[in-house]
Design a protein around this ligand. Structure first.
Ligand code: NI
Length: 382
């Protein structure tokens, strides 16, 4: 149970983190803050795991079962516009995804587990850097997370604006999508706008390519499956009276299924090169993997849902997944586990993730800490 004193402390911690946000891979002060709180609680920890990652260990004899709880710590390059008394003190950097709340909640779960005599085994508290596209999960895994701090299963939550405050949502299967970015550069031949027959116009080819890419999802993916291909940038041209040498488009695609993901990547490449060939030019196609799909394992999602309900929280299992990404997915490639959404309350007035008006809802800190601790206990018992 989170009592009033702990609730006040969690809010203070959360607001301190909110005032002092740090970008991915730069979470030095945040990690130091976490380390100080852990030391004050008397919990042993290791620092510098996969960058500024901190891993704490709570262990009691009597069981060799183990479980990990993970929180992300980084902020975003967004100038805050909330006018809150505890708004960011770092220009251009903001906790606009609520990772301040995730970190405070995990510290709260640590406090709850310390007070609770009714569990045996080992709980790893994983404070992860660089979730926002910085490869933090993979860096921690590459730094020996599983070997140095072994655990059988792993759980985490992301706050969810638009879901009732404090309600815990556990998906069966897909939670968030795999994301990949692509860049296609069409390489033609520059020339005078009035002499197109002497040039190879990448503008016209780009126009065809942009439309052809729209056929990938509509003509290759089953209407019952989820996938999205978006071109978000198109760069070409220097002057109205010139045919440029190149045209470049950049975009992203998202899916939940690996086979679909591979197919879409290959199709983007084939269409890019094929359209270029049609217009007698070449295409340079490159891809960057941003993340893999976050897929809850059935048993662990059910366990986490039951643990939340038994702890008195409202639990839902009925929401569709999101096409956004989460690098918690990389742990789920290695160990069974589940990512919950915990409602952050209404997303009105721009209070959505990655908005300059967003703020983590302090009122959900007790629910989040309670769910994390309850899930760890259930995983050790189950
Ligand atoms: Ni986030």
């Amino acid at each position: 149970m989170v009592d009033e004193a702990l609730a006040v402390q969690l809010r203070e911690w959360r607001r301190h983190l909110h005032s002092h946000p740090e970008l991915s891979t730069d979470e030095q002060a945040t990690a130091a803050f976490v380390a100080e709180r852990l030391a004050a609680l008397g919990i042993p920890f290791a620092e510098g795991v996969g960058g500024h990652g901190v891993v704490a260990t709570l262990t009691r004899p009597g069981s060799d079962r183990s479980v990990a709880l993970r929180a992300d710590m980084d902020a975003l390059p967004i100038p805050e516009e909330t006018n809150l008394p505890y708004a960011s003190t770092r220009p251009g950097v903001m906790h606009a995804c609520g990772h301040d709340g995730h970190t405070a909640s995990l510290l709260g779960a640590a406090a709850l587990l310390l007070r609770d005599p009714d569990w045996r085994g080992t709980v790893r508290l994983v404070f992860q850097p660089a979730e926002e596209g910085g490869g933090g999960a993979r860096a921690m895994l590459a730094d020996g997370l599983l070997e140095r701090f072994p655990f059988e299963r792993i759980f985490a939550f992301h706050n969810w604006p638009g879901l009732e405050a404090g309600t815990v949502m556990l998906h069966r299967g897909p939670v968030m999508a795999a994301g990949q970015r692509f860049t296609i550069t069409l390489i033609g031949k520059a020339g005078h706008a009035a002499l197109p027959h002497l040039a190879k116009d990448p503008m016209v080819a780009a126009a065809h390519l942009l439309l052809a890419l729209q056929s990938i999802v509509s003509r290759n993916v089953s209407p019952l499956e989820a996938a999205v291909v978006t071109v978000g940038m198109l760069e070409a041209g220097n002057a109205p009276n010139q045919i440029p040498e190149t045209a470049t488009m950049r975009g992203t695609f998202r899916t939940y299924r690996k086979d679909l993901h591979l197919m879409i990547g290959e199709t983007i490449r084939r269409i890019g090169e094929g359209v270029a060939a049609t217009f007698d030019m070449t295409a340079d196609v490159s891809m960057t993997t941003m993340g893999t799909a976050t897929i809850n394992t059935e048993t662990e999602a059910a366990l986490a849902a039951e643990a939340g309900a038994a702890a008195g929280l409202t639990v839902r299992r009925d929401l569709p997944p999101s096409m956004t990404g989460e690098d918690f997915a990389w742990y789920l490639q290695q160990r069974p586990g589940a990512l919950a959404w915990i409602g952050n309350g209404p997303n009105t007035d721009g209070r959505d993730l990655h908005s300059p008006h967003y703020d983590f809802n302090d009122a959900i800190l007790p629910a989040a800490a309670t769910w994390l601790a309850a899930t760890a206990r259930a995983a050790l018992a189950g």
